[in-house]
Write a protein that binds this ligand. Structure first.
Ligand code: NAP
Length: 298
């Protein structure tokens, strides 16, 4: 039997309906500023998806394109102006940014209450602290949570995947995906293991876990040798690869995940596809964050 598909597009549509209703009831229109540095085609495609979703829910996107060679001061002055504007409720700097810029310092320049990507250290700390799980947890606000991590949890919950007490492996330890996802899963009482490029016997480790979140950015990393019956697999990886059976298809770029989908769907209990899984959830979660940021400011 083939695995159940964890359909991110379907859940994105459901969230869009909820957000549209919420936006319609507000006094002003939530406005997301997207700062793009250079015009990398893949970044432009991601921004296009955000604009489309924004239109769908009745929010606004203010898209600023800076030249590829812009210096740190130039980026700071744009962020500073956006921080001050009362009509801007969320700010993101589209990643990746050119290597000559300091990503950490740029994230730190964003007003934490407008940091809808959740990458300011103040928001990262809240994700970490709110995952503690002890007696004091109820007093710790969640802050703005990185959209991909938030989207992964929503996708699991929507599909009624049991998380509490379940052995869960996250492959990847980035600030953007791996670490915040580990914290959110810990908050849901999963028993969490985090793997990375130095982890030994990855296939064996995968088989020991019942939920696997794969966020390595390596096409084909996880195949049948790593999987077992009944597992839930969330494929975050987004890799542009060339290939196909015919000569014509061979030259075309297509997006694939880190998991060999054709092998996995025959073995596991549930799996998120690429595209159509975590990607749409990231967009929807970003706009949930925008609404949260709006409500913190207005
Ligand atoms: P990243 O910063 O490059 O981190 C990749 C992580 O994977 C690192 O921790 C790395 O280990 C680990 N890794 C790499 N090769 C590995 C291997 N062979 N075995 C085990 N671990 C390995 O990437 P990221 O920003 O977290 O993104 C990860 C992937 O998710 C990318 O494909 C990205 O495009 C995708 N993504 C998708 C969405 C979406 O909305 N669908 C959003 C964000 C990211 P080390 O730490 O040891 O180097």
């Amino acid at each position: 039997m083939n695995a159940k598909i964890l359909d991110g597009k379907k859940l994105q549509d459901k969230i869009a309906v909820e957000l549209k209703k919420e936006v319609a009831g507000l006094k002003t229109v939530p406005n997301l500023a997207i700062v793009q540095i250079g015009e990398m085609p893949q970044s432009s495609a991601y921004i296009g998806m955000k604009k489309k979703f924004s239109e769908k829910i009745g929010a606004k996107v203010h898209h600023i394109i800076l030249p590829l060679g812009v210096d740190q001061k130039g980026v700071f002055s744009v962020i500073d102006e956006l921080n001050k504007r009362k009509d801007i409720h969320g700010i993101i700097v589209q990643l990746p940014i050119p290597k000559h810029l300091d990503r950490y310092q740029i994230m730190e320049a964003i007003d934490p209450s407008k940091d809808v990507d959740g990458l300011h250290s103040k928001n990262s700390a809240l994700v970490y602290e709110s995952a503690y799980g002890g007696k004091d947890q109820k007093n710790i606000p969640e802050g703005l949570v990185p959209a991909t991590a938030k989207g992964i949890i929503s996708l699991l919950k929507e599909n009624k995947v049991k998380i509490g007490g379940i052995k869960t492996l996250i492959i990847g330890r980035s600030l953007l995906v791996g670490k915040p996802t580990a914290m959110l899963l810990l908050k849901e009482n999963a028993t969490v293991t985090v793997a990375h490029s130095k982890t030994k016997d990855l296939n064996k480790l995968c088989k020991e876990n019942d939920i696997i979140i794969v966020a390595a950015g390596k096409a084909g990393l996880i195949g049948k040798g790593a999987l077992k019956k009944g597992q839930v697999v969330v494929d975050v990886g987004t890799n542009a690869v060339k290939g196909g059976k015919t000569l014509e298809e061979h030259e075309k770029i297509k997006l694939v995940g880190d998991v060999v989908f054709k092998e996995a769907e025959k073995i596991v209990g549930a799996i998120s596809p690429v595209p159509g899984g975590v990607g749409p959830m990231t967009v929807a979660s970003l706009f949930q964050n925008l609404l949260k940021a709006y409500n913190m400011q207005v």
